[in-house]
Design a protein around this ligand. Structure first.
Ligand code: 6GU
Length: 251
């Protein structure tokens, strides 16, 4: 899987991706991260990439020409007519695990990072296939968002995680949050590990984990339950949880 990040701050991308699991994936050749400096494609004397905004308004806008020439050079190198091109913008759809899975199917993914007040709309119309945001807040530029996308997609590339099971069982894969987890010692700070986890009864442990995932999701992200894959038994369990919560509210 090849990530091609178009940016004015290539070092930011490379330093963000070179460590930990993504760094190892790069070393193993499972993913490749290329950061292309849009400034290298300017045609003016001072390598200026931005200019004033027609119609007024505060700040500067990235101009169409260097962005388009940079993308075009990339497209030729990749050898695809309309490569998947993701523009990181607070005006995009909110990035989800579903998007991560979809992007992981691409051989090449272009990520475009904006700065200043954004990018001239005309070039965006020409090259962007997906407008993606990472949440409802405003960042100074798209680089951190691009790294979030690269990280989330990388861990879905086969071989990047040690056990492929963990990619599946983790939060969001079944539409639920993950259950709480414990390591040694058995007692810490006066708190014991839930005894069932030490019981050795595999079926009971699995049932407990699933119930804990339901409890946690109901408490922290009830909105996720609407889309989660729930069995009839799960629904009954949640109904009971809500019932006992209401009962204790009365008392
Ligand atoms: Cl993708 N870019 C910027 N600049 N701000 C954001 C964002 C992206 N997602 C959330 N806030």
């Amino acid at each position: 899987m090849n990530f091609h990040v178009m940016t004015l701050f290539p070092e930011m991308i490379l330093s963000g991706m070179k460590n930990s699991i993504t760094g190892r994936a790069i070393d193993k050749g499972l993913i490749a991260v290329e950061a292309i400096n849009i400034r290298d494609y300017t045609t003016n004397k001072h390598n200026k990439v931005d200019d004033y905004i027609y119609g007024g308004g505060a700040g500067l806008l990235m101009q169409a020409q260097p962005v388009y020439d940079c993308w075009n050079a990339l497209r030729k190198k990749i050898g695809k007519k309309g490569p998947r091109t993701v523009y990181l913008t607070p005006q995009g759809r909110t990035f989800t695990q579903k998007d991560a899975h979809e992007f992981a199917l691409e051989e090449d993914l272009i990520l475009l990072c904006g700065h200043y007040e954004g990018i001239d709309e005309r070039v965006l119309e020409e090259i962007v296939t997906d407008n993606v945001s990472i949440g409802d807040y405003v960042l100074t530029g798209g680089e951190l968002a691009a790294m979030v996308v690269c990280d989330a997609v990388s861990r879905l590339v086969p071989g990047v995680l040690h056990n492929d099971v963990s990619a599946e069982t983790e939060s969001f894969e079944a539409g639920l949050l993950e259950y709480p987890q414990y390591s040694r010692p058995e007692e810490w700070n006066g708190k014991k590990v839930p005894p069932i986890l030490l019981s050795g009864d595999h079926a009971k442990v699995e049932a407990w984990k699933h119930e804990q995932a339901l409890i946690r999701t109901l408490e922290r992200r009830p909105d996720l339950l609407e889309k989660a894959k729930l069995s009839e038994k799960d629904r009954k369990f949640i109904k009971n949880l809500l019932q006992s919560k209401n009962d204790s509210d009365i008392l």
